[in-house]
Design a protein around this ligand. Structure first.
Ligand SMILES: *[C@@H]1O[C@H](CO)[C@@H](O)[C@H](O)[C@H]1NC(C)=O
Ligand SMILES: *[C@@H]1O[C@H](CO)[C@@H](O)[C@H](O)[C@H]1NC(C)=O
Ligand SMILES: *[C@@H]1O[C@H](CO)[C@@H](O)[C@H](O)[C@H]1NC(C)=O
Ligand SMILES: *[C@@H]1O[C@H](CO)[C@@H](O)[C@H](O)[C@H]1NC(C)=O
Length: 869
């Protein structure tokens, strides 16, 4: 990419006019991955690695003494002492650069904030005494073979699962109605308290009761007891659950709380930890991602949501799910939607299905009223209705979906007395509609158009909603496809994320009793516990050893089913960047008699191309089997927009541009217990435009008698490394200070802003000393004071940030990064002398070498005068 940073230096006052899309009103020195100022997670070395170690029992004590010796104020918020996983502390410190010079400090991580997980859509259904039930056994279990595992008598018994979320309503009768030994929810911990929002002090206690609902929905997917009127059934309902509550009733949580809960989960002996939370950052290296990955490497399974940022497009999966050995879970649409049926009279028409879990509470037969004859109107009822509209209270109003919210439409018709309505679809797809204080449901477009036509033809049509014991399972028109909200990977450093997909779109599960007990929700938050429960079934069957846990991802990846891009015949498989290895097949993952040594092959970009891969196929059966290996290409995404440096938005366009693969051998027979090494040699697709950053992907399919497995690959047909006036005086009084605005079209591992001489010439290879290799994963903020940075002479560093995600499209969300210089100070807090300078902004290209100036994207500001009174 020619350039991957958009930048500008603007007067704060002029900000709004210079860049209309940027709200500069309240900007401070902020990054797009929200972090807590002055708070850091410090990881320390073993005691053996530091000088005068004999004086100390712990490295942490030595570190504290060293900081004190430098007369720097600091507070210790929390200590982490899990030997072999993570030893360190969360500290608040005014001069953070000090930390980098302290012996025994191994890594310094900023403390990331994670927003409370938001379901993509949510529809509360009424309680179990409601006359409704799903006729067939749970569709998500059928789609993934969980029903067949249950039929063999496995329900997760003896497996401990820790759910790190908003807590659990353990009073729910289907979650055992209590908490403690012998119950379904055996325990847990509340790390934060109700009032915690991510920025205030947590107030922990022993009671992880859910006041939000999200964690209860997650818990129901794993653990809901069967035999209820809705037939909601947990994937592993005999497993033992612990509730680790990391969110208050509202707001965010932080890396340090997540790390604390992960380490407690390990200490409590959980076999599986599952996290339906995260934030899009595109990197594998946030503190909680690193800890989650280490736990997985040590032999416990960690399942984490891939994220609901599908609309933001490529290179945008969430952390901590990006943690290298964590299993990142994408979402597939449920095959069924739960609907009820309305009866039409006065004309001949079959019952009309409506998307609701319960019968609409409407008595008798209602006449209908439509606002317009135009059944393609884009914005029906988005404006107040005309004065001549009659009193709508006796009618069932028929309104077309689109443009404005359901709530706004209902407010406009309510203003004319309406009490009930049916909204007909405009192609948006099935969804529950819930408008407080109003009776409404969604119907299909054709049924809506029929009713509108009949109304304007003057037909005596009436509609009734007879209470029914039956809930009709309506086929989901997108059933079995990837949920559009499911985030696209891979990570910026080309790790294979997401790993696999599970049902997460339109999932019926539990919510707290006081919130209605049952609800349909959508999100990778719903897919993640489904996989956690499935892994519990695996551990029950194969044992809880570390090797079974470590092998789980490969088993689920190699037995997964490729998800097509559309339901049309012959459709290309959806890009691996969204589906990972595909929809899990739980029965095959557990009971298949062939094993494959790896589930994912990363070919990396052209600059780091790994064209040759090997894996083994092993026959664990008692009989010989013949295998055939073939290549099945999936979609190649054009991950960057045409003539642009910015990532493609979702749904990310994909084309058929297959890589070439030579598989040797491609046919062989294995005797019982025998295995065979297979080599795959790849050539990237031809004729694709490298400037679109095409990510190609697909599967090497391994077919045995009546069985299918696959190894999934991912590569980039471009190089990531290539991706990447007038003097003004400022007085720093009031609003007279410069603000630096930049937009990352791609993630960057390091950005740095330095003050430099106005006459500087920035070019590659200046003859200065190179930077030392810090040996740190994170180097924020590192200790270079003035001197040079990547061989460019600087006066001093102003700002440095590590591991930034790219920006997205929404100026109110993550559209831009801004750094406001409201006071003329260096990063270490010392004041910049009055004079003329330039700002030098550098963003390290992905996979670039931080010591080489040519590996940075560089921007030099116009001359800026500091003229403080
Ligand atoms: C619920 O599922 C069971 C099988 O577990 C089935 O026998 C029963 O008919 C279902 N109940 C309803 C109301 O569909
Ligand atoms: C891709 O290559 C880069 C540069 O060598 C490396 O840093 C990165 O770890 C590689 N990604 C994977 C998944 O191996
Ligand atoms: C900025 O300040 C310098 C030094 O005081 C002065 O020479 C210069 O003219 C000023 N520039 C502008 C544009 O006011
Ligand atoms: C702070 O940083 C500036 C620029 O690098 C340097 O000149 C100054 O000496 C530093 N001050 C302290 C107290 O370290």
């Amino acid at each position: 990419m020619k350039s991957f940073v958009y930048f500008a230096l603007v007067h704060s006052l002029l900000g709004a006019s210079v860049l209309a899309a940027v709200p500069l009103s309240s900007v401070k020195r902020v990054s797009n991955v929200p972090t807590i100022p002055n708070k850091f997670i410090v990881e320390v070395d073993t005691l053996a690695a530091i000088p005068n170690k004999r004086a100390y029992a712990r490295t942490l004590d030595a570190v504290y003494d060293s900081i004190k010796a430098r007369a720097v104020e600091f507070d210790v918020n929390k200590e982490f002492e899990s030997q072999g996983l993570f030893v360190g502390a969360s500290v608040t410190i005014s001069d953070a650069e000090t930390l980098d010079t302290i012996p025994g400090v191994k890594a310094i991580y900023p403390v990331t904030l994670f927003k409370k997980p938001q379901p993509v859509s949510k529809h509360i259904v009424s309680g179990p005494d409601d006359p409704a039930a799903i006729p067939s056994i749970f569709s998500t279990h059928v789609a993934t073979g969980v029903d067949k595992v249950h039929a063999r008598g496995f329900f997760g018994k003896g497996i401990k699962i820790g759910i790190i979320d908003t807590g659990i309503d353990y009073t729910h009768p289907l979650l055992g109605g209590g908490i403690g030994p012998g119950k379904k929810v055996i325990g847990g911990y509340d790390f934060v308290g109700d009032a915690y929002d991510g920025t205030n002090d947590p107030v922990p206690d022993d009671d992880p009761l859910d006041c939000e609902g999200h964690g209860t929905h997650v818990a129901g997917i794993i653990a809901a007891d069967p035999n209820n009127p809705y037939n909601v059934t947990g994937v592993a309902y005999q497993s033992s659950i612990s509730a680790y509550r990391v969110f208050g009733c509202d707001g965010s949580t932080t890396d340090e709380i997540i790390i604390e809960s992960l380490l407690k989960g390990v200490a409590d002996g959980q076999d599986i930890l599952t996290l339906s939370l995260g934030g899009a950052d595109g990197w594998t290296a946030s503190a909680s991602a690193v800890v989650a990955s280490r736990i997985a490497r040590n032999g416990k399974t960690v399942t984490i949501a891939a994220g609901n940022d599908g609309s933001s497009g490529a290179w945008y999966t969430s952390s901590p799910g990006n943690g290298i050995d964590a299993i990142s879970v994408a979402s597939v649409e449920n095959t069924v939607l739960s609907v009820q049926e309305a009866i039409v009279s006065g004309v001949d028409h079959p019952p009309i299905p409506y998307f609701s879990f319960r019968t609409l509470p409407i008595e008798g037969e209602l006449p209908i009223y439509a606002l317009t004859q135009d059944t393609t109107i884009p914005n029906d009822a988005c404006a107040p209705l005309p004065d001549d509209t009659p009193d709508l209270s006796p009618y069932l109003v028929i309104v077309r979906r689109g443009t404005c919210t359901f709530v706004q439409k209902m407010e406009n018709i309510k203003a004319k007395g309406a009490k009930q309505a049916l909204v007909y679809d405009n192609g948006g797809g099935a969804t529950g509609v819930s408008v407080p204080g109003f009776v409404v449901a969604l119907i299909g477009a054709a049924d809506g158009a029929f009713l509108v036509e009949q109304f304007f033809a003057g037909a005596p049509v009436k509609v009734s909603f007879p209470p029914s014991d039956e809930v009709v399972n309506f086929p989901n028109p997108r059933g079995g496809l990837m949920s559009t909200f499911s985030s696209y990977g891979p990570t910026n450093d080309f790790y294979f994320k997401p790993s696999v997909a599970a049902p997460g779109g339109n999932i019926l599960s539990l919510v707290p009793v006081n919130a209605g007990s049952f609800a349909v929700q959508s999100g990778t938050s719903m897919a993640t516990p489904f996989l956690a429960g499935s892994i519990a079934l695996l551990l029950e069957v194969k044992g809880k050893s570390a090797s079974v846990a470590r092998g789980a991802r490969t088993l689920f990846e190699t037995t997964a089913r490729s998800v097509p891009a559309t339901l049309d015949d012959g459709a290309l498989p959806q890009t691996v960047t969204q589906q990972g290895a595909g929809l899990i097949n739980v029965y095959d993952a557990i009971f298949s008699t062939t094993s494959i040594s790896t589930g994912q092959l990363v070919l990396n970009d052209t600059a780091n191309y790994r064209p040759i891969h090997t894996f083994t196929v092993k026959n664990n059966d008692r009989k010989s089997k013949a295998y055939t290996l073939t290549h099945v290409a999936a979609g190649t995404t054009l991950s960057v927009r045409e003539n642009s440096i910015f990532a493609s938005l979702g749904p990310v366009p994909q084309v058929s541009a297959p890589a070439g693969v030579t598989i040797t051998p491609s046919r062989f027979t294995l005797r019982p217990g025998e295995s065979r090494l297979v080599t795959a040699l790849f050539t990237p697709p031809r004729g694709v435009d490298a400037s679109r950053y095409p990510v190609y992907s697909g599967f090497i399919q391994v077919s045995g008698p009546g069985e299918n497995y696959h190894v999934t690959y991912l590569g980039l047909a471009a190089s990531l490394k290539n991706k990447q006036a007038n003097p003004t005086n400022y007085t720093f009084v009031g609003e007279d200070f410069p603000t630096f605005v930049y937009r990352l079209a791609f993630g960057s591992p390091l950005i740095r802003l330095d003050l430099v001489e106005p006459g500087i010439k920035v070019e590659a290879g200046l003859n200065k000393r190179g930077l030392p290799d810090f040996g740190h994963l994170f180097t924020f903020p590192h200790s270079i004071n003035g001197g040079s940075f990547s061989r460019v002479k600087t006066i001093g560093p102003l700002v440095e940030r590590t591991f930034l995600s790219r920006n997205n499209e929404n100026p109110d969300d993550n559209g831009f990064n801004t750094i406001a210089f409201d006071s003329p100070k260096f990063a270490n807090g010392s004041t910049i002398a009055n004079g003329a300078y330039r700002f030098l902004f550098r963003a390290l290209k992905v996979t670039g070498d931080r010591r080489k100036q040519e590996d940075y994207e560089t921007w030099l500001s116009p001359i800026v005068g500091v003229q403080q009174a």
